[in-house]
Design a protein around this ligand. Structure first.
Ligand code: PEP
Ligand code: MG
Length: 547
């Protein structure tokens, strides 16, 4: 028997066989494909689709006498027709054995870089055309599914590292637990893993030779036993049985109200990162969704989602939740949440880089499409919209301008929408210090303690070397929560917590006493937090502004 000790990011016991998951990144580029021919055929079909779309757009522009648009379409059709761009892509697929999406984005970047220094108008137009065509091809490719991880029987998944998109693509019914070498408790990968309600350990020296071997995972002690002895297996089977009994007690809290022991209703909401988790929200009878991380729609694919795809997902959430509030957070890509098709340059300090709202305000078309999709879906339920990484009132005003333009466009087309609450994630010290001014412009503030902790303590939330010092309930963070609640309330906003700290049951009573109006936690933590809420007395004077 081999014993390994790591850090538990989700508790529980799992017993099963290990399946070693190779780092897909290493295969995807540059040697990601075995069938060059198939990839070339794929390129031909997306190119044909792009030509069709552009020809249609050209005809419409001519009919509407929009000369500029017609000219743009003609120029772009020409780029696709002449050999330069297409043959560069085809030759890259052939010689470097890369996927179409990689070849398209790499060709775009190379061609733009080659001409970047030139100021000539014709050259600038050409760079622009190439970028737009590449984006269109990547959009079209977005509809094509990727290969997924599908073991036949439930397994313990062991991997050196997992990206958020890899976790999102997993068949959840086939995973008993996670063992990974790298990672940190607050990374986005870990947040997604926690939502799966199975034990998870990080900092385990995972090895490919473990494939097919038996393993016990102890998510309480942070240990993994590979090839366990019979006596261990017996002991852990017993413990697993006890654990199931405790789970049964928690299960009896499903459909029970979130009400304190002295009778005050509490707003306990769920954080979800994909549509499959909606079922879990309904099962636990949660009052609403406090954070819908919309990145799932953009990750694990090879091109941007279309407005229609976005709309359909938001409409599904709105309709499923009915009267219950669903807070959709707009795209927070950047840091480790990105895909090749987005063409994001490497940054020396990505957590402090071009992420969240900063990127969205730069890529206006992408942002507008998402906002339009959210507003279109608002007609079907009770939605709210929330913006990540906002640090100033000016940003809020810039966002509001875009929102107004989107609404105006919908009105002009007679597309129904509702006026919905607007809020931000308070996740930087700047936002805390400006909470009052920001609150004046908004309906709610939602405290994102995951990022707020890393930016306040100046400690990377992903750095395993800092795990001993990384204190999520640091007095500075508690002070910031108090301050945000006070300032938000002064301006009539409701104030919630949607970072992982909201699920810390040792702090539940304190959060309620501070006056936090909503606690939003991953579905797997709903019942444990509900248990504590029902055991807590908060005294007179407590009432959530969200009731
Ligand atoms: C946070 O930062 O606390 C938050 C909710 O956002 P994310 O974890 O997705 O960065
Ligand atoms: Mg955040």
């Amino acid at each position: 028997m081999e014993i390994y000790e790591g850090q538990a990011i989700f508790q529980g016991i799992a017993i099963g066989t290990i399946r070693y998951h190779y780092d897909r990144g290493q295969f995807r580029y540059p040697n990601g494909i075995s069938d060059v021919k198939q990839e070339q055929v794929r390129y031909q079909s997306v190119k044909e689709e792009a030509v069709e779309q552009l020809t249609q757009a050209y005809r419409e522009a001519v009919a509407a006498a929009q000369e500029r648009d017609a000219l743009l379409c003609r120029r772009q059709l020409q780029v696709l027709a002449e050999p330069g761009f297409s043959s560069a892509i085809e030759s890259m697929i052939r010689t470097e054995k890369v996927t179409v999406s990689y070849a398209v984005s790499a060709t775009r970047d190379e061609m733009s870089a080659t001409f970047a220094g030139l100021k000539d108008e014709a050259v600038l137009n050409r760079i622009n055309d190439i970028r737009e065509i590449a984006d269109r091809l990547l959009y079209i490719l977005g509809g094509l599914a990727r290969e997924k991880f599908t073991p036949e029987e439930p397994v313990i998944l062991a991997a050196e590292k997992l990206s958020p998109s890899e976790v999102m693509e997993l068949d959840k019914s086939k995973v008993l637990g996670f063992l990974t070498q790298s990672g940190s408790a607050l990374s986005h990968t870990s947040i997604l893993v926690k939502a799966m309600n199975v034990p998870a350990l990080i900092h385990i020296p995972v090895q490919s030779k473990w494939e097919g071997r038996m393993c016990i995972m102890d998510g309480y002690a942070g240990k993994a036993y590979v090839d366990p002895d019979e006596a261990f297996l017996k002991e852990y089977r017993k413990r697993q049985k006890q654990e199931r009994q405790e789970q049964e007690y928690l299960q009896s809290l499903k459909h029970k109200e979130d009400i304190t022991a002295d009778g005050h209703p509490v707003c306990l909401y769920a954080n979800i990162s994909n549509m499959e988790e909606l079922d879990c929200v309904l099962e636990n009878d949660v009052k609403g969704i406090g954070l819908l991380r919309s990145e799932f729609q953009y990750l694990g694919r090879e091109g941007y989602p279309t407005e229609k795809e976005l709309f359909q997902a938001y409409r599904q959430a709105a309709e499923t939740m009915g009267e219950r509030l669903t807070v959709i957070r707009t795209l927070d890509i950047g840091t480790e949440k990105k895909e090749a098709y987005m063409g994001l340059p490497e940054e020396s300090n990505p957590a402090m880089g071009n992420r969240g709202i900063r990127l969205c305000l730069q890529r206006k078309r992408m942002f507008q499409e998402q906002i339009r999709a959210i507003y279109r879906a608002s007609a079907y339920g009770n939605l709210a919209i929330m913006y990540p990484m906002v640090t100033s009132v000016e940003e809020v005003r810039e966002i509001r301008k875009i929102v107004d333009e989107v609404k105006e466009g919908l009105r002009a087309q007679n597309i129904p929408y509702k006026e919905i609450q607007q809020g931000i994630v308070v996740e930087t010290p700047a936002a805390v210090l400006m909470a009052r001014e920001l609150a004046r412009e908004l309906d709610f503030l939602h405290i994102g303690t995951n990022d707020l902790t890393q930016y306040t303590l100046a400690m990377d939330r992903q750095n395993p070397q800092l795990k001993e010092r990384y204190q999520e309930n640091h007095p500075a963070i508690m002070k910031m929560i108090r301050m945000t609640v006070r300032e938000g309330h002064r301006e009539g906003c409701w104030v919630g917590i949607c970072g992982e700290l909201a699920a810390d049951t040792a702090l539940t009573a304190e959060f309620l006493r501070i006056g936090v109006d909503m606690l939003s936690v991953v579905p797997a933590c709903i019942l444990p937090v509900r248990k504590v809420i029902r055991e807590t007395k908060v005294g007179e004077g407590f009432s959530s502004r969200l009731q």
